[in-house]
Ligand binder design. Sequence first.
Ligand SMILES: *Cc1c(COP(=O)(O)O)cnc(C)c1O
Length: 429
Amino acid sequence: MNTITPVSFQQRDKAVNWHPYTQMKTADDAIPIVKGKGIYLYDTENKKYMDVVSSWWVTLHGHSNPYIAQRVFEQLNTLEQVIFAGFTHEPAIQLSENLLQLLPSNQKKVFYSDNGSTAVEVALKMCIQYAHNQGKKKTKIVAFKNAYHGDTFGAMSVSGKSFWTKPFESMLFEVVFIETPNAENIESLQLQIKDLAEEAACFIFEPLIQGAAGMLMYKAEYLDRLMKYCREEGLLMIQDEVFTGFGRTGKLFAADHLTEKPDIMCFSKGLTGGTMPMGITTCSNEIYNVFLSEDRHKTLFHGHSFTANPLACTAALASMELLLQKETQMNIRRITHQHSEFIERLIPHPRVENVRQIGTILAFDFKTGYGTSYFNEVGKKLYHEFLQRGMIMRPLGNVIYLVPPYCITSEELDFIYQNIMEVLDQFKD
Ligand SMILES: *Cc1c(COP(=O)(O)O)cnc(C)c1O
């Protein structure tokens, strides 16, 4: 037999590939995907799956978007890569110009890297060296409990401690973790910020929603107050919009829900519409200017081989064009509205609690009542149940969430809602 069967695909995969966040000993066989179109992914047997998680929160305009593909193809035939030290190119200039126009007015410079974690690393290095270049030693960093900023060492350090980071704990640098703000704790947080201001280089946060922690949401009003304290105390702020950027929260950026402006911002995931890996760190001129000097030691010595890769820049330019189109903006509003109507149906269900939504992101806790070990079992069960129904949903523990591509139709959303209700009913008792 010469034909490739799914079995041989999976055997070949297991023989050579080590998958992310996967215990390879006990993991199910990976599903072999051969193509993607719109919100659907197709396996080797042509079974289709709705990509309800936007392939780990990256896909904005559907898979294999023809417009992005065309633009990248043209760029590939023109200039595929060029060293970004000493050289530049139109896609990088255009993308920086276009992006900065959409960001808070103090964001003036763009630094390119490859993914969300590296965008965070660059941001942290900017803050530490900002102090260093001025002859100050400020190395503590403030972050939120339950934060997630990536998997490289710096990003791990500023992420909440868990069994993910356990083996590396002794090697992670010093971070002070504070609660996310609310009406009750905002004043005590103010005092904490005051105490830390002398030693802390910066405060890094996921604005309004902590994604990987389980789609935990908190209010813009209190984040604004916390940011105001940081500004008053001279603490630099890094707003990690790797997940929230490019429309997810119903506005272009989480920044559009806020009045305070961060000093530095991080982007990736939806940046290229989910087509190519790229990270961006933007900053204010106040940060940038501290690196300007006749003294070479004050340079930001950071870079990657593929910094500002022209193909990724072009994909980002094309994706942002699509994002700003009236149709996409209407789709984002429609999804937001449809989610909020569905919530009314969801709330009374006995298996559902903590229903929450911001823009196109909908999440709720599956109520088990059997303690945490049962959560994971349930998560797996739910995952398989949805998969069987042709939907890729990847519960975070007992948290079920939807982060759909914006091209999803009303009918497709209704189909998902209907299936969620049916699956919940199976667990009704
Ligand atoms: C996913 C994520 C990151 C890390 O991005 P990678 O591209 O996976 O390295 C950083 N911050 C936030 C808020 C994220 O959701």
